[in-house]
Structures are given as C-alpha cells and as structure tokens.
Design a protein. Structure first.
Length: 318
C-alpha cells in the first residue's frame, strides 16, 4: 500500500498495519488483503460484489476488520456484505470507508451491510467515514445497515462521519425479537456546503425488546443535515431517541419523529403523548445568538399510550 492508502486505513479503522485476526481490505473496488481464523470465515459473493462473514457460535473476544478505501477519482463502488453471527458470540466488527479524491469527478461508495445476530450474542459494530482531496471532485457515501436481532441478542452501533463527505444518505433498518437490545450512537460532522441525511427505522416486535438511538451532530458553514428517527413499538418494549446538535455559521438540521404503537414505553419518562424538548447547552465557547430556530416537523400529541421522548439540544457558537 502507498502512503495515501495507509493514511485512509488509519483514519477509518485505526490500523497502522495489517490487523491481527480476521480482516478483508477492499481498495479501489478490488480485494487488497484477507485473512480468516478458526472461528471467523470470509467468503466472496458469487452473484454480486461483496462478502459473507460467518462467525461461529460461541466465538468470544475476537474481531474482524472490513475497511474500504478509494483513491481513484471517478470510481463508483458498491458492495453487499452479510454477517452471520452465531449464538452466544461476543465479537467486534470494524468497518468504515475512506476516500482520497484529487480529481474532478465524483468518487462514491455504497455499502449495504446486513447483520443476522443469533440468540444471546453480543456485537459491537464500529463504522467510520472519512474523505479528503482538493475539493474539486465530490466524495459521496451512502451506507445501508440492516439488522435482525435474535432472542436476547445485543448490538451496539457506533457510526461516525469524521469529515470530508460531500453527500451522504445513511439508512438503518432493524428488527428486534424477544429481549433483544439495539443501541445506536451516531456522530456526524458536516461543513462547507455538504449535506447529510440519516434515516433510522427500528421495529420492536419482541417482548421487552429495547432500543436507544442517540445522534450527536455538528453542522458548520452552510452545510445541512436531515434526521429521521422512526421507532415502532409493536408490543411491550422500551425506546428512547435523543439528539444533540451544535450549529456554527449557517448550518441547519431538520428532525422528524414518528411515534409507535400504544404498547411502547420510554425508559426515562412516564405518561402519554410525544414530547419534544428544545434546550441550549452551554459549551466552553459560550452560547449566544439563538435566533436560528430548529425546525421540528411532525411533533404532535398522540392518543394515550405511546411514549417517546425526543431531546433536541441546539447551540450556536461563534
């Protein structure tokens, strides 16, 4: 690998060399390196671009890295990666994509990741996105994450957009069965004229399944962001959605919340209806000029039963 590719790997996967354990490195649309272990197997798909990752039941304290790097301007890359995590596993999956674009054409990566998590398994999923270049060619990433959690399974997703992504649409869809838990921690930073859209759709179909969706974002310059969390409770369940937003310059973010079925419960609030809170968080830089208003669409009180709490925190600094 050259210096540019090594830098991209360091940014998106914290790799300073070839990782230990299982890994699959994709560079400019081609396989650049792969390793499997006794418990983790990686197989190239035959019908479309992408890989299947099989993690044996009972696998503990192992990790798999699957970073994608692009340094060719004008390349449009799409992959379909499926993860099959066996019962009683406890593993970490590190993904991410880095683009170096010094040309005039759009470089783009669309990754569709599907997770099938077995009973009592625990998964930590880390995904980072990073872009760089001279600013003439756009960097575009559109990740799709599909999650199916088995009984009492637990998955924690940490997704971060570091910088340099001109346009992104981030879709996450999840289905939870009895006792399953999904925790989503999203961090996004946009600047200049960049645009980011996030769509979360979580169906809590299992008895006492739960989800906690937390989005932290920074919108700088004239950049814009859209945030659409949808949490649907279809039985006794627990759900919570929160957003922390920092706006500098003329950055904007719009949020829309969809309510769920009457059986749903919030973790931190009792009572009925949908409640939105807009507050200012005092940061070290101070908080001033709050004339810019957050636009919250679709917030309305519902019939007794559904309880979703949204926390919207906005602060303009500078």
């Amino acid at each position: 690998m050259d210096a540019i590719e090594k830098k991209l790997l360091e940014e998106v996967a914290d790799l300073h060399g070839i990782p230990e354990g299982a890994y699959n490195i994709r560079a400019d649309g081609k396989l650049a390196g792969r390793n499997t272990t006794a418990h983790i197997n990686i197989v190239t798909k035959e019908d479309k671009p992408g890989i299947d990752i099989y993690i044996a039941p009972g696998t503990k304290n192992e990790s798999v890295h699957i970073p994608v790097i692009i340094s060719q301007t004008g390349l449009k890359d799409m992959v379909y990666n499926d993860f099959f995590i066996g019962e009683d596993c406890d593993v970490t999956i590190v993904a991410g994509c880095g683009i170096h674009n010094c040309g005039t054409q759009e470089s783009r990566h669309d990754g569709i990741h599907s997770f099938f998590v077995g009973k009592n398994a625990r998964v930590r999923y880390i995904e980072k996105h990073y872009g760089e270049g001279d600013g003439n060619g756009e960097n575009v990433m559109n990740p799709t994450t599909i999650v199916d959690l088995g009984e009492n399974a637990y998955m924690e997703m940490e997704t971060t957009q570091i910088k340099g992504i001109d346009s992104t649409i981030r879709d996450t869809k999840a289905h939870l069965t009895d006792g399953a838990t999904l925790v989503i921690k999203e961090k996004i930073m946009t600047h200049g004229h960049q645009h980011a859209e996030t769509n979360f759709s979580v169906d809590l179909d299992g008895y006492e399944s739960s989800t906690n969706v937390i989005s932290r974002s920074v919108a700088k310059g004239s950049s814009t962001q859209l945030f659409y969390p949808r949490v649907q409770g279809n039985g006794p369940c627990f759900r919570h959605a929160a957003q922390v937003l920092i706006i500098t310059g003329r950055g904007q973010r719009c949020t829309e919340q969809h309510r769920g079925a009457p059986q749903g419960k919030t973790i931190r609030q009792k009572g009925a209806g949908v409640k939105a809170e807009l507050r200012c968080t005092h940061l070290a830089a101070g908080c001033r000029d709050l004339q810019h208003k957050m636009i919250v669409k679709g917030i309305r009180y519902a019939q007794p039963g559904p309880h979703i709490k949204i926390q919207l925190q906005q602060c303009r600094v500078g």
